[in-house]
Ligand binder design. Structure first.
Ligand SMILES: Cc1cc2nc3c(=O)[nH]c(=O)nc-3n(C[C@H](O)[C@H](O)[C@H](O)COP(=O)(O)OP(=O)(O)OC[C@H]3O[C@@H](n4cnc5c(N)ncnc54)[C@H](O)[C@@H]3O)c2cc1C
Length: 501
């Protein structure tokens, strides 16, 4: 039996922030439990090789249920299983949501989580040299900047975006909410900077911080409405760790919802169905799952396209159908075919993501076994407004792909191909090509209504001593890539815990 002040479950993006901040006070003891290993294969540190990490031992290897709106496809859903979590296998883009994404949270019941209130924590997490300090961090652990390597293809792409009508902005993470800018990444001296690199490894020497890897939590210990600790595995042994102050769940959008449910906290009817004794009926756990998806418009190139981790343009814009920026376009230096199949020929891809989908899905258990993969249903395109918005995005992506500025590079559109022109063809193409951007959020939604899971201080409704601080608490998906925002959520959670709020 082990006792600590705080038990943090999950050493991913959020867990690394929490382990660092909570152990800043040498009088406070912290145990961080991570299901995966301390480190991964050497390719993990090479930013250009991130696509090779899915399906390896540092990926949980989840997949979706068959998705009726995407031709019944089963979509692979990568999730990091290693210190740093998904930030150790992700595409390294550092891109906040548009201010309206956070204002939406407050409107949905997450009091105090509007953009102005989240901004200090976005800033606290990062160091963004040369940026406007009213918006950007100057001394946070995560170093952020554009990649310093260039590819002339992407200079032409930047010109194509401007030619198509997007305004060139310096900093989409700063004052400018829409337009095209060079994307920012989490790379230091040419190497990936995961949350483990930025927050955890520099403080591993602290004597009040214990980090256990290959130590998956199996069950939360909840007694008379209070969470006291957790049972976890190490090899063939089952162990117990107790928290004197609080348990903080940071196991991610899938892991946190699953651990709560196997511990008896979740929708009572569903838990009974799968043979779990009900400890607390929280009907919202596992609901409200959202993800971003990508749709590729691909071209073969008339000249060799070099492939490397280089600076690339990033576009955020509005479809005009949802009242806020809801689309993103990113670029790859190879052609991508439906369902993320890379083409062998030299080429490039203009890729559209719907950033504010209206669809909501769910996570459900298959049984009471904590190691069984749950049923993950992102419900892609379940709300028909999503298809309408994506259609606008695909048309815009094609305008960029067909711009004069790319004449010297473009050979032919290879996906969907020139004969796919009318709305019905494009809808069909979206259904058969779409794939996950791996941005799952929302299964333990923050709010105050009966289907919310945590309150605005991230405390689980009805259970004392238990908070959740990871991507699962977002009330709705942001029009940015989630990692930067998860860092901010965890920074804020640590501040609440330190001040006993
Ligand atoms: C392939 C890929 C590309 C991506 N690209 C980008 C990008 O470019 N930019 C961006 O902003 N976002 C990107 N993301 C998303 C982003 O990385 C995640 O949203 C973010 O890391 C989520 O943080 P988290 O702390 O909620 O969860 P995670 O970082 O996933 O951490 C959860 C941790 O908990 C551990 N865990 C789970 N269950 C248990 C348990 N029972 N006991 C102990 N430990 C447990 C997991 O092993 C993991 O380490 C990408 C994700 C993937 C997978």
């Amino acid at each position: 039996m082990e006792n600590f002040d705080y038990l943090v479950i999950g050493g991913g993006t959020a867990g690394c922030v929490l382990a660092n901040r909570l152990s800043e006070d040498p009088a406070t003891t912290v145990l961080l439990l991570e299901a995966g290993a301390a480190d991964g294969p050497p390719i993990m540190s090479d930013p250009a090789l991130w696509p090779m990490l899915a399906g390896t031992e540092v990926d949980w290897g989840f997949s979706s249920t068959p998705q009726s709106q995407t031709d019944d496809a089963v979509h692979p859903l990568a999730r990091g299983k290693v210190l740093g979590g998904s930030s150790s296998i992700n595409a390294l883009l550092h891109f906040r949501g548009h201010p309206l994404s956070y204002d939406d949270w407050e409107t949905a019941g997450a009091t105090g989580w509007n953009y102005q209130s989240v901004l200090p924590f976005l800033k606290r997490s990062e160091t963004a040299p040369g940026r406007d300090p009213s918006y950007r961090g100057t001394s946070g652990p995560m170093r952020v900047g554009p990649s310093d390597q260039v590819n002339p293809l992407f200079d032409a792409v930047m010109d194509a975006a401007i030619e198509t009508g997007y305004s060139r902005t310096d900093d989409l993470n700063g004052a400018d909410g829409e337009g095209v800018s060079w994307s920012e990444v989490n790379v230091v001296d040419g190497a990936r900077q995961s949350a483990a690199d930025a927050y955890l490894r520099p403080v591993l020497h602290r004597r009040n911080l214990t980090v256990l890897t290959n130590a998956p939590a199996r069950k939360l210990l909840i007694d008379k409405g209070a969470c006291r600790g957790a049972v976890y595995s190490r090899g063939n042994e089952e162990k117990t760790a107790y928290a004197r102050r609080e348990v903080v769940l940071a196991s991610g959008t899938i892991g946190s919802a699953q651990l709560l449910m196997v511990s008896g906290v979740g929708p009572a009817d569903h838990l009974r169905e799968v043979g779990v004794d009900v400890v607390a009926d929280l009907p919202g756990i596992g609901e409200n799952l959202q993800d971003h998806t990508l749709t590729p418009i691909s071209y073969s190139a008339s000249q060799e396209v070099g492939r490397a981790f280089v600076r690339r343009p990033l576009i955020r814009f509005s479809s005009g159908l949802s009242g806020q920026p809801d689309l993103q376009i990113i670029f790859f230096d190879f052609p991508l075919y439906p369902r993320a199949r890379p083409g062998a020929e030299s080429g490039y891809t203009v890729t559209v993501s719907l950033m504010k989908p209206a669809s909501r899905g769910s996570i459900r258990l298959v049984n009471a076994d904590p190691s069984a993969h749950p049923l993950i249903d992102p419900n892609y395109l379940g709300d028909e407004r999503d298809m309408d918005r994506l259609l606008v995005g695909v048309r815009q992506a094609r305008k960029i792909g067909e711009a004069k500025a790319l004449t010297e590079w473009r050979e032919a559109e290879v996906a969907p191909g020139a004969d796919s022109r009318n709305d019905s063809d494009i809808r069909h193409y979206i259904r058969r090509s779409l794939f996950s951007y791996n941005h799952l959020i929302g299964t333990c939604r923050m709010g105050t209504d009966t289907h919310s899971v945590v309150d605005p201080y991230l405390r689980v409704h009805g259970i004392s001593g238990l908070r959740i601080a990871d991507a699962s608490v977002m009330p709705s998906i942001i029009s940015g890539n989630p990692n930067a925002t998860v860092l901010a959520i965890a920074e804020r959670a640590a501040a609440y815990l330190a001040s006993s709020e």
